[in-house]
Design a protein around this ligand. Structure first.
Ligand code: FAD
Ligand code: NAI
Length: 466
């Protein structure tokens, strides 16, 4: 078979790009190694983690806040097996939805490992060992990423686990040691802390989510501490050992002393690495960079002009919505359009409760780049809506240019921040000033008023409700 486009990988980048190709009239095939479409995000990432975050948040509220709302419950219990089963059914429905979309858009679906035979030919090796080849005028590599680790922390998938195993545990850990207090650590650490696990975070840097605006990490630590978690910042893990029913984590303290932590599970969440194994890139004349990523230019083209790459397997944030934008971008580039992605305005969200959401420059970045700036902040506890729901933790922080008032960055931690950040993205896409947003009517009482108030504070220290 000959195609206009062959997409290798069916994650959010792959399936979105394939659909856009089909919409633009290109004869398209998609190849996926696993039986279910949807990639990391739908099968072992975004969707299952959010399903467990939602279930455990319900439990936590039932146990800790319902009584104050005047709702009495007796004999509250966690049914972990049911939580995991519900999560599996959400994943199943969602991945089947992608299969439906492939059919609807007349995209040919192949299952098996795709590998280059030459720059235009892809061999598909199925699980039964049988092989088939197809050719493409254009090929898009959308093979995503896998969890990374270090030799000192060998993953055994039983006691020393990655996010994938943490999504299907059969028991609630008594003591979960989380190595890496980044996004996965914060989210999956929250899942188990809410249902009774003792959680200890060991982090190389001096805060949680260290790549986000520093204020967010500090505030997130405060709320996660309320779940009973412990933090070992600026600690360097030297060894992780599975001792049967226990895991022992050895680490160097900031003072250079050695110490250990003993738990029953250890989640290694120290980042993810691009996944190119099995692709046989050499046959296409392609190489990876020093971090294993496929190199692309500003049009997401590799060194071979008809081969493109996107998502987690290339540079940039490892986020589903970034991969999706790139899928659309490549499809439109192939048909000669001139699409654009504003990478600085891709939001980042951590789905803890409260959620953390961020877009644009952090305060550390504006300082480093010498951009003159001013800050406006507003705490959720000053909002009527937040008091009504008892979601009073967190704040919104707006960074605006000191001279022009243009919004440079928005960082929020608070109830529904994940949804609220869309307003900041829209404002920034249209290069709004803080004053522009502060003059727009925001429904009362809503959490979005915190963004308006932070913009008022940034404009001229004019916040009303504080
Ligand atoms: P992937 O989704 O990784 O898909 C790549 C696909 O290619 C896979 O299905 C793989 O099997 C297939 N493949 C690989 N090699 C071959 C081959 N040779 N032949 C055929 N098929 C192949 N991001 C967010 O934006 N929001 C979130 O809430 C979020 N939560 C996450 C939670 C967890 C626990 C994890 C691990 C990740 C999360 N992410 C989240 C990140 C998100 O999952 C990734 O950024 C996203 O999936 C990347 O999409 P992709 O299309 O580049 O690749
Ligand atoms: P991450 O990069 O967010 O965090 C890894 C953390 O581990 C960092 O804080 C880092 O300093 C720390 N670390 C690294 N080596 C260490 C060591 N030896 N000892 C102690 N700490 C160490 O990566 P994470 O959490 O594994 O997630 C991988 C990717 O998946 C992220 O890049 C993220 O983009 C994506 N993801 C996105 C989510 C979302 O959008 N809500 C949710 C989950 C994952």
């Amino acid at each position: 078979m000959e195609y206009d486009v062959i997409m290798i990988g069916s994650g959010p980048g792959g399936y979105t790009g394939a659909i856009r190709c089909a919409q633009l009239g290109l004869k398209t095939a998609i190849i996926e190694k696993y039986p279910a479409l949807g990639g990391t995000c739908l099968n072992v990432g975004c969707i299952p983690s959010k399903a467990l975050l939602d279930s455990t948040e319900h439990y936590y509220n039932a146990a800790h806040t319902f009584a104050e709302h005047g709702i009495k419950l007796e004999h509250l219990q966690v049914d972990l097996a049911q939580m995991i089963a519900r999560k599996a059914s959400v994943v199943d429905q969602t991945t089947k939805g992608i299969t439906y979309l492939m059919k609807k858009n007349k995209i040919d679906e192949y299952h098996g490992v795709g590998s280059f035979v030459d720059p235009h030919t892809i061999k598909i090796t199925k699980t039964d060992g049988s092989e088939q080849t197809i050719t493409g005028k254009n090929i898009i590599i959308a093979t995503g990423s896998k969890p990374s680790s270090f030799p000192s922390m060998p993953i055994d998938k039983k006691r020393v686990i990655t996010s994938t195993e943490a999504l299907t545990l059969k028991e609630i850990p008594k003591h979960l040691i989380v190595i890496g207090a980044g996004v996965i650590g914060a989210e999956l650490g929250s899942v188990y802390a809410r249902i009774g696990a003792k959680v200890s975070f060991v982090e190389f840097f001096d805060s949680m989510i260290p790549t986000m605006d520093k204020t967010m990490g500090k505030e997130l630590q405060k709320v996660i501490k309320k779940l009973g978690a412990d933090f070992y910042f600026s600690h360097k893990v030297t060894k992780v050992e599975n001792k049967g029913d226990e895991v022992v984590v050895s680490m160097d303290t900031p003072k250079g002393e050695q110490t250990t932590l003993t738990g029953d599970y250890c989640l290694v969440s120290v980042g993810r690495r691009p996944y190119t194994e099995g692709l046989n890139l050499e046959a296409a004349g392609l190489k990876t960079d020093e971090r294993g990523r496929i190199e692309v230019d500003e049009h997401l083209r590799t060194s071979v002009p008809h081969i493109y790459a996107l998502g987690d397997v290339i540079r940039g944030a490892m986020l589903a919505h970034k991969a999706e934008e790139e899928g659309t971008f490549i499809a439109e580039t192939i048909v000669g359009q001139k699409p654009h992605i504003h990478y600085r305005l891709i939001p980042g969200v951590v789905y803890t409760w409260p959620e953390v959401a961020s877009v644009g420059y952090t305060e550390e970045e504006v300082k480093k780049e010498g951009i003159p700036y001013k800050v406006g902040s507003f705490p959720f506890k000053a909002l009527g809506r937040a008091r009504a729901s008892m979601d009073v933790d967190g704040l919104v922080k707006v960074l605006a240019h000191k001279d022009t008032d243009e919004i440079l960055g928005v960082h929020m931690i608070g109830a529904r921040a994940a949804d609220m950040i869309a307003e900041a993205v829209t404002a920034m896409e249209f290069r709004a000033s803080a004053e522009d947003v502060s003059r727009m009517s925001h429904a009362h009482p809503t959490y979005t008023e915190a963004f308006k108030e932070a913009c008022l504070a940034a404009t001229d220290n004019r916040a009303i409700n504080i």
